[in-house]
Design a protein around this ligand. Structure first.
Ligand code: UTP
Length: 278
């Protein structure tokens, strides 16, 4: 059973400036719930109730969100509004939250490495909270991946098909099909030009990683944009042992971009937000 889930949240969220000048991007709400809460709910649903954040400067609001707010809760106690906090209170009771810092923005691979002490020596999940994954009425994406982990016992990356004109924004994999939805990774490249992409399968922000990845990241030199790329470390792991790519069931919204964020907001308002919550 995978218990820990790492949330690298140290990025600046420059695409959302000025909104993210003094507020973490992960606290931007999709309707009435911050992005990060969707991610934590998905992790807890998958059985990963030890939540580890790799934060940076200016991310205090994240810590406060996963804590009691005495004054506010006292204020609304006994009123109809109390139930609006029921869900987050349950989450806080069910999970534990730990924090460490990445004090220089050296890339996602480096951010994950900074989580090593929190994660320890066991397989763990990784959620990039700005990728919102929903599978209404079905199993969450991380839960689907945890199930696959039990079968393959190796690192797993979530992938989806992306049109050619957008593939250069992603890590892209290629490999041998194991079944309709599972591919054994043989090639992986970060943000390739469209004509050099090995396939149309893009890695999105959900991973299950085995702990040997930490030593591999340590040996991985900075790659694209001078950042330590998790994609490069995963390619090494794929060559030395095994990495599976999984075409998940559900929808993914790129909430790190304004159009994706708006699309997610409209979708959630229509499908998840009930009028009774007004
Ligand atoms: P992004 O590059 O999409 O996020 O990184 P960003 O830098 O916050 O956003 P923009 O591009 O400036 O708008 C993907 C994820 O990896 C984390 C980010 O927090 C985000 O969740 N990350 C990235 C880190 O934690 N540390 C890093 O050094 C880089």
């Amino acid at each position: 059973m995978i218990k820990k889930c790492l949330f690298p949240v140290a990025g600046y969220g420059t695409r959302f400036l000025p909104a993210t000048k003094a507020m973490p991007k992960e606290m931007l709400p999709i309707v009435n719930k911050p992005l990060v809460q969707y991610g934590v709910e998905e992790a807890v649903e998958a059985g990963m109730d030890e939540i580890c954040f790799v934060t940076g400067r200016g991310k205090q609001a994240l810590e406060d969100h996963f804590d009691i707010s005495y004054e506010l809760e006292h204020q609304i106690a006994g009123t109809g509004k109390e139930e609006l906090l029921t869900h987050i209170r349950d989450l806080i009771e069910r999970a534990t939250f730990s924090y460490t810092r990445q004090n220089a923005m050296k890339g996602l691979g480096h951010a994950i490495l900074m989580g090593r002490r929190l994660v320890g020596d066991a397989p763990f999940g990784v959620v990039l909270a700005d990728d919102l994954c929903l599978n209404e009425g079905g199993e969450g994406v991380l839960a689907q991946m945890a199930r696959l982990y039990r079968q393959f016992r190796c690192s797993i990356v979530a992938v989806m098909e992306v049109p050619k004109e957008r593939i250069s924004s992603y890590g892209v994999i290629a490999g041998e099909a194991v079944s309709d939805n599972i591919i054994r990774v043989t090639s992986m490249v970060e943000k390739p030009p469209a004509e050099e992409a090995p396939s149309n399968l893009a890695v999105i922000g959900r991973y299950i990683l085995t702990p040997d990845i930490f030593d591999i990241i340590e040996q991985t030199p900075p790659g694209k944009n001078g950042e330590v790329q998790i994609t490069d470390a995963l390619l090494t792991q794929a060559r030395e042992s095994c990495v599976m790519a999984y075409r998940f069931e559900g929808r993914r919204f790129d909430c790190g971009s304004v159009p994706g964020f708006v699309e997610a907001t409209n979708y959630c308002f229509e499908h998840l937000y009930s009028a009774s919550e007004d």
